[in-house]
Structure formats: C-alpha cells, structure tokens
Design a protein around this ligand. Structure first.
Ligand code: PNS
Length: 160
C-alpha cells in the first residue's frame, strides 16, 4: 500500500524550517503532497502562484514530493488524494494548542486521517514565515532562513 502524507500550510513564504519538515516527512511516507492553502485568513504577502513556485524550487531535489494548491477543507483534499496522514511541524509549546484543535477537528471531519507532528532541526525551531517577513521588511539578512530565490523575492517586495 502506498502511504500518502499531506503537509498543509500557508507557506507565505516557505522557510528552511518547512523544507526540513518536508525532508523528514519523506521518511514516513511514500509520497508527500505539500498543500498550499489558497485562501488564508490574513492577507498573504505572496500570491498563490508565487508560494507554489518557491516551494517547487525549494523542494526540487527532494524525491517523492509534489506541491499543489488547495481551497476548502483539508479533510476533503485528503480524501480526494487518498492521503492517510497529515504532517504538521511543532516548534514550541506555543504551537501546541492550535495544532491540537486542528488535529481534533480534522479527525472529526475524517476519522481515518491521522495527524503526526514533526519537530524541525534545533537550529530551525525559532523560524517562522512571519518573522522572516519582518526581518526582510526592515532590511535584515534572511539568507540563512530561506532559499535564495525566496530571499530575492523578499528583497524585491520590500525595496519596491
Ligand atoms: O501555515 P498555517 O497558516 O498554520 O496553515 C494552516 C492551514 C492552511 C493548514 C489550515 O488553516 C487549514 O487546514 N485550512 C484549510 C481549511 C480547513 O480544513 N479547516 C479545518 C481544519 S482546522
């Protein structure tokens, strides 16, 4: 049986922390679908096409990973692609409450879908897309935190 995992998120933009979780996910599943939410509550900095393109570039060297957009419920996407696992990254205790709620809601909506939490490398635990955007907005160096293509796009966005 082919085990398919979904790694969902906003990825606005993808960081080295996300990349680390994607790599770790491929050890648990035969195929990992990185699912990029089209509509997120907060206004995204990058369009859905930009977020998809960054992810495709950043994961180009990782086998068995595909990237796609999704709209609507994650549980419905999981059914439509026959995924049995949802992967989420856990960085700190502060992530836990939201993640716990989301995992239980997804179980309510799709009883056979299991959520697994992966912990990124220690040096990446402080990273978030929001922090990276803030550093870039004020001219800080985000080189260690994102793929060079993402860094260039951040610089272009904030120097305009
Ligand atoms: O990177 P994020 O913003 O923490 O990702 C959140 C995301 C996109 C995974 C979550 O909001 C989601 O799954 N949205 C799809 C709508 C849905 O299924 N909601 C019910 C589950 S709580």
């Amino acid at each position: 049986m082919t085990r398919i995992a979904i790694y969902p998120g906003s990825f606005d933009p993808v960081t080295r922390g996300h990349e680390d979780i994607i790599r770790r996910s491929t050890r648990l599943a035969d195929r990992v679908i990185v699912a990029v939410a089209e509509n997120i509550g907060k206004a995204p900095l990058f369009t859905i096409d930009e977020r998809l393109a960054f992810l495709r570039t950043a994961t180009a060297d990782i086998p068995d990973v595909t990237v796609q957009a999704f709209d609507g419920l994650l549980a419905d996407l999981a059914r439509s692609v026959s995924a049995s696992v949802v992967v989420r990254g856990l960085r700190a205790v502060s992530d836990f409450e939201y993640e716990f709620q989301m995992a239980l809601m997804n179980r309510q909506l799709h009883a056979d879908l299991e959520t697994v939490f992966l912990v990124p490398g220690l040096e990446l635990t402080f990273l978030s897309s929001s922090l990276v955007k803030e550093v870039a907005r004020f001219g800080g160096d985000v080189t260690p935190f994102v793929h060079p293509e993402v860094r260039a796009a951040l610089q272009a966005k904030f120097s305009a």
